[in-house]
Design a protein around this ligand. Structure first.
Ligand code: GLP
Length: 241
């Protein structure tokens, strides 16, 4: 694993954006695996800036998202589809038909999970998967447990995850209890993975994920098995390193 620690979040965001833009220069039709949460917002702002300055184009790129809450319509203020539209897609030239966020409101959730997985297979593979990390070590919404699921599936969210995300919903009761997520197998099939973490509250789980045992009890620890992982941390999250 290539671990880089930054004094400024601005530099970290610029570096992550440059890695994505660099990929698109060499492979304009790349499939990007994208993440939500507060962590990638600055990276998306950088990419939008780079697009405005003519430094990158997404016109031939594809984007597939990690996860989505079950039961939220696509235009719900907290849906990840809406997050992606507002934070990235509407600011760049990616054709919306080239973007895929799981439909958490699908009547047949199992079929939607299969369709998400198939969309990646149809393209071949994810070229670069961007990841944040949950305080319990989850990636996407793959929660810790005695076992993990390989492919895209419906998951019950941990109370801790719902509590952490309640800040976006106003109240925990409004946070969905389930989500669709790419599986850890789906994530590990990406050619390159870029994991980003900010803040002191992520330091312990980052240390555990990067230096602890590879275990389903810390889903991010499975990244230790991937041959091409770039970890971008600020001082607070990575100062222990
Ligand atoms: C959610 C998302 C994850 C994200 C995590 C951390 O649970 N499903 O993909 O990594 O939150 O969020 P944040 O970046 O806001 O700390």
């Amino acid at each position: 694993m290539n671990i880089r620690i930054f004094n400024s979040r601005e530099d970290l965001n610029a570096t992550a954006a440059a890695v994505i833009a660099g990929l698109l220069l060499t492979k304009p039709q790349a499939m990007l695996g994208l993440a939500t949460g507060s962590t990638p917002i600055g990276i998306y702002q950088h990419l939008a800036d780079m697009y405005r300055k003519g430094q990158v184009s997404f016109a031939r790129a594809f984007a597939v998202n990690l996860d989505e809450y079950v039961g939220l319509s696509q235009d719900h203020p907290q849906s990840y589809r809406r997050f992606m539209n507002e934070h990235l897609f509407q600011h760049i030239d990616i054709p919306i038909a080239h973007t895929r966020v799981p439909d958490g409101n699908a009547l047949d959730l199992a079929a939607e999970c299969a369709a998400h997985e198939q969309a990646i297979l149809d393209h071949g593979h994810v070229d670069l998967q961007l990841l944040g990390i949950g305080h319990n070590g989850h990636i996407g919404f793959n929660e810790p447990g005695r076992s993990l699921t390989g492919s895209t599936h419906v998951v019950d969210l941990e109370e801790r995850t719902r509590t952490a995300n309640a800040r976006f919903f106003g109240h925990i009761d409004a946070v969905p209890k389930q989500a669709i997520t790419m599986g850890v197998g789906t994530i590990l099939k990406a050619k390159q993975i870029v994991l980003v973490a900010f803040g002191a509250d992520k330091a312990d789980i980052i240390k555990q994920a990067l230096t602890g045992p590879v275990t389903t009890e810390c889903p991010a620890s499975l990244l230790q098995c991937h041959p091409n992982v770039l970890i971008l941390l600020d001082q607070e999250a990575g100062g222990w390193f």
